[in-house]
Design a protein around this ligand. Structure first.
Ligand code: AMP
Length: 190
């Protein structure tokens, strides 16, 4: 199996690249942000619990996020691999992911981080907010909060997998195709 974590701040292009990788390598793309938005749109209990955190640009508590991720993985056993997009975002989530994969004798293959400067992220997210209608993409203070939370709570996950020689950092600026080629090169060489 290939189990890839696509990593990086909000707006770094994880979702775009995950969609392309999903097709090329026939992997299952799991975006915890998309799963939460789906729950919210369907007014489920899980969606309602996540809503207040998402609207403030804060992380949804680990136990809620991990439970949702576990359900998704367990109901899709037998795939060729997973692309995790937006997960793990804390050390506790990284531990939980390792444990979950170990249950079927699997591990994380690689964490690939897309590096994008803050000013570019703000520009990209404001633009995305105009077309997506996502409220967390339309307010500059919420965007800044998400960037801060990425730095203070999430960025350390890179180090968690780097110790295991599994982390790769790529420049996230450039065309979608060029970045995709660089990610593919990393995966093809593993
Ligand atoms: P995203 O689409 O990945 O930018 O996620 C949108 C929002 O969903 C985040 O700002 C968080 O509020 C929530 N979220 C998504 N994934 C996670 C996660 N792994 N842990 C905690 N909260 C998450």
């Amino acid at each position: 199996m290939i189990n890839v974590i696509l990593f990086g701040p909000p707006g770094s292009g994880k979702g775009t690249q995950a969609n392309k990788l999903e097709k090329k390598y026939e992997l299952l793309h799991i975006s915890t942000g998309d799963l939460f938005r789906h729950e919210m749109n369907n007014n489920t209990e899980l969606g309602n619990r996540a809503k207040e955190f998402m609207q403030r640009g804060e992380l949804v508590p680990d136990e809620i996020t991990i439970g949702m991720l576990r359900n998704k993985v367990e109901s899709n056993r037998g795939v060729r691999g997973y692309i995790f997009d937006g997960f793990p975002r804390t050390e506790i989530q990284a531990n939980a992911l390792d444990k979950l994969l170990a249950e079927s004798g699997e591990t994380v293959t690689a964490l690939i981080a897309l590096d994008v400067p803050d000013e570019e992220i703000i520009k990209r997210l404001m633009l995305r907010g105009e077309s997506s209608g996502r409220t967390d993409d339309s307010d500059v203070d919420i965007i800044k909060n998400r960037i801060e939370i990425y730095k203070s709570e999430t960025a350390m996950v890179f180090g968690y997998y780097d110790v295991l020689s599994k982390s790769y950092s790529l420049n996230g600026l450039g065309t979608i195709e060029k970045i995709f080629d660089k990610i593919s090169l990393v995966l093809d060489n593993i």
